[in-house]
Every structure is written in C-alpha cells, then in structure tokens.
Design a protein around this ligand. Structure first.
Ligand code: NAD
Length: 461
C-alpha cells in the first residue's frame, strides 16, 4: 500500500518505519525542515532502540521517504496518517491546532478517494471534526478513521510490530477492511484488531492512559502511607501483584509519572469531563497526587540537608497582589552540590517531556544548590532545558566527585549494579536518595550508606 504519515516524531517515525518494514511504500512528512534534512542524511532525531537500523534499511530499499512536501505525500498515498503532536495548552486543554491545520491541508490536496487516519491522541469527537474540516476543502470522497497508538517509548518498535491489540474506530465498512488489511501482518499471532465507532476508539486511548496513570499514582499513595506506618512497599507490591485480579505490572512506586502522554492525557480526560459538565473526581485526584509526588524526593533532600539553615526569600502570596509579598525564612541548600543519575522520564528513551527530573532539578537550583547529572541519552535535552545551570558528565561516576549526595531519578539498567565503593569514595558523604527503589535497603546498610527510597524504611548509619 502507499501510505503517508504526517508528523515524524516518536509515533510517526516509528509507525511509518514499521509500515515500510512490512513492504508498504511510506512517505513520512514533517513541517520541521531540519528534522527532514537530518532523516534524509540518515540521522535519527530521537533515541529509540532499534529504530536507526530499521530506518536505514527501509530508506536504502526505497520504501521509506522523508519530505516536507505534504501535497506530494497526500497525492501519492491511499492512506494518510495524522501523527502530529497534541500537547497540553496552559490550563490543560488539548492543543488541537496541529491536527486541525494538517486536516485542512489534506483536504486542500486531496486528488482521489482516500482514508485519513487520526493516529494522534485526540479528544472524543475529533474524527467528526476532522471530517468537517476536510469536507470544507474538497469535493473528493474520503473516510476518517480513528486509530489510536499504544506504543511505549523505549519499546516502541516491538510494541508496534507486535501490538497487544489494534483499535480501529470507523463509520464505514470499506475503510475498516482497508485498515484490517494494513494491520494484518502485525497481528499474525492472533492479537485482536478491535473495530468500533470513532468516538469509542478515541475514548479507549484516554481511558487506557488514565487507568495506567491512576494505577501508578495509587501505588505512590500506598508507598507514602507505608513510609508513615513503617511498612515496606516492596513487600506490599509483591503481595498484591500476585493476586490475578490485580497482576504485577505498573505497581512500582516512584517519583511520579511523566512523559509526553500520561500527564497530558490525564489533563485531556479532565478537559473532556469539564466540557461534558461532569466532575471527574478520580482523574483530578490522579493529577494532583502525581504533581505532589514529583517533589517527594526533593522534600527528603531538604529534610536531610536544609535543617537549621535558612535564607530570607521574597515570597509572593499572590502574583496580582504585590502588597502581600513578604520576606520569609526558607530552608536553603546554598553551597550544596548534588549528583543526579537519570534525566529521561523513563529508561531507554531521551524524552524529558514532563520528566520528574525537571521539577526536582528546578527546585534544587531554586534553593541554591549546584547540580551535576548523567543520563545515557537525555543529556542534550536536559542542556536545552537548563543550559549552563546544569553540569553534565561523561560517565555516571564523573558527576559524583564532591557531591553531598546522589539522587537516582531514572531506572536505567546501568545504574542497577554500580560500584558502591567508588560511589562512597567520590561523594563527600555516603548519602543516596533513590527515587526508583533500585537498591536493597539491606545492601545499603551493609555498604554504609544513608539511604532514602520510596515507601521503604530509611537506612541510617
Ligand atoms: P512529537 O512531538 O514527537 O512529534 C510530532 C511531530 O509533528 C513533530 O516532528 C512536528 O514537527 C510535527 N508537526 C507538527 N505540525 C506539523 C504539520 N503541520 N505538518 C507536519 N508535521 C507537523 O509527538 P509524538 O510523541 O510522536 O506524539 C504524536 C501524537 O501521538 C500525540 O498525539 C501523542 O499523544 C500520541 N502518542 C504518543 C506516544 C508516545 O509515546 N510519544 C504514544 C502514543 C500516542
């Protein structure tokens, strides 16, 4: 089949490459000229395991093309995927301007009967809106399909090649058949292609992400409670995960979910609820608890190092009422230096969108500390966010020298079995704040560390 994928980000590039890998002819189109130039030179603008080789092979075999020319992409294709970003606007509403803009352009360039597929995560009702936008621009026949994407960054190729399920929202039988034919090679082991109406397909994506976000957040709440009650969340996790009704995945507590999907999709559900005049209390609580969770590790750092040392700071009680500004004594981390392992919102990606590390580093810097960080893939993105305020090292051990403590923020495998003697020698004092529960408290005690983790008793010397 001839396919166009509009938007060559994490989803569009992976989807387009995997469709090409199955023998289709795919044109990936993006508005970002630099990105397309890089791809045409064989440079992959994101880190995703296995992607570079697959792009190279399919481009060399002339099944995968990159262009900024949307007209050509539309006119040479039978199926056109919209995979542009749908970020949150200030206030949480979904920014649909990219999807609507692309829909308008597709309408303008249609030259034949085509299937237009919403691959981006979009609020319920978008397929109808996209249909209206395209219809205003063209007399040609077309069908709009909703085909939400469930891939996980870090395992995106595997997820796309062997999806648990493919969800297809359609209002037309022929379009359903075309989509089933396209996806047939991906579900040869019998995983289902689930066909439904477009509104339900759109809702399925939000419900899946909000459910997973709620599960993680609930575990974080249980972890916080474990700490206060002297229980160990690791034991509790194993204890509940072996119940078949619950299952073991997505039960690991930490420093809050991040990334480009959970935070914005939880906000998306809240927007849809607001529009429908429904009070989505659970979803709102998920968002609020997660925001607080991002600062749990920072509070532990402040409780450990900030005691007794304060600085007078101007505290604005209300941005509009400057009269209410006042000087307040606040704990400070002035003169302290912290080493950070892990910046990406999760391992095996360079994505730092909404990563908890951003909130934690910002707080540390605001409180006068200096920060040095190492991440196997995300340091260029972190440099964009913090510039010279963040020092980055070439190895995990580079950043430890003379630091007051190590903070572990992403569970990269290479941080799981470090050389603890070397860490102890390099740090000023043996103190670790582990936001991902990578190490066993018993081992930390044996190694002589002060060890703070999430939902487990603190190890003190
Ligand atoms: P991204 O920001 O990585 O990529 C979006 C791309 O769209 C960018 O390259 C941008 O330049 C391009 N773009 C914007 N406007 C354009 C236009 N008018 N014409 C052509 N290209 C344009 O986003 P992403 O992470 O790939 O996400 C895309 C969508 O998929 C979002 O709705 C997201 O919620 C959803 N999704 C993402 C993931 C994920 O893991 N990242 C998983 C499932 C679903």
């Amino acid at each position: 089949m001839n396919i166009a994928v509009v938007g060559t980000g994490y989803v569009g590039l992976v989807a387009g490459t995997c469709f090409a890998e199955m023998g289709n002819r795919v044109i990936c189109c993006d508005a970002n000229q630099e990105k397309i130039d890089a791809l045409n030179k064989g440079i992959i603008p994101i880190y995703e395991p296995g992607l570079a080789d697959l792009v190279k092979r399919n481009a060399e075999e002339k099944r995968l093309f990159f262009t900024t020319d949307l007209k050509r992409a539309v006119q040479e294709s039978q199926i056109i995927f919209i995979a542009v970003g749908t970020p949150s606007k200030n206030g949480g509403d979904v920014d649909m301007s990219f999807v609507h803009g692309v829909a308008r352009d597709i309408g303008r360039f249609l030259n034949d009967e085509k299937v237009v597929v919403d691959k981006s995560t979009v609020p319920v009702g978008t397929a109808h809106r996209v249909r209206d936008i395209i219809a205003k621009e063209t007399k040609h026949k077309f069908h709009v399909v909703s085909n939400p994407e469930f891939m996980k960054e870090g395992a995106a190729i595997e997820d796309f090649m062997k999806p648990d399920r493919v969800v297809i929202g359609v209002d037309d039988d022929n379009a359903a058949e075309t989509m089933k034919e396209l996806y047939a090679p991906f579900v040869r082991t019998g995983n289902p292609v689930i066909v439904m109406d477009t509104r339900s397909a759109e809702m399925t994506k939000y419900a899946a992400n909000a459910m997973l976000a709620a599960r993680v957040t609930f575990m974080n709440e249980i972890a916080n409670l474990c700490e206060r009650l002297g229980a160990d969340v690791d034991s509790v996790r194993v204890g509940i995960g072996s119940d078949r009704r619950i299952g073991p995945s997505f039960l690991f507590p930490g420093i809050g979910y991040g990334g480009s999907c959970f935070p914005k999709d939880v906000q998306g559900v809240l927007q849809m609820a607001r529009d429908a005049k429904y009070d989505a209390k659970i979803t709102r609580a998920v968002h609020d608890v997660n925001e607080a969770q991002k600062f749990i590790l920072f509070s532990k750092v402040l409780a450990h190092f900030g005691k007794g040392k304060t600085s007078l700071q101007l505290v604005s009680q209300n941005a509009k009422a400057s009269k209410k500004d006042k000087l307040e004594a606040r704990p400070t981390l002035e003169g302290r230096r912290f080493a950070i392992w892990g910046l990406a919102f999760k391992p095996r990606t360079d994505d730092m969108r909404e990563a908890p590390s951003l909130s934690i580093i910002r707080r540390l810097l605001e409180h006068g500390a200096r920060v040095a960080a190492f991440d196997p893939e995300a340091m260029p993105n972190a440099k964009q966010a913090f510039g010279d305020a963040l020092h980055c090292g070439h190895t995990p051990y580079d950043v430890l020298e003379d630091a007051d403590a190590l903070l572990v923020l992403t569970e990269w495998n290479e941080f799981r079995n470090p050389d603890f003697d070397r860490i102890k020698k390099l740090l000023k004092a043996p103190v670790i704040f582990d936001g991902r529960n990578l190490y066993s408290p018993a081992r930390m005690k044996q190694e002589g560390f002060v060890y703070h983790s999430i939902g487990r008793p603190t190890v003190r010397k």
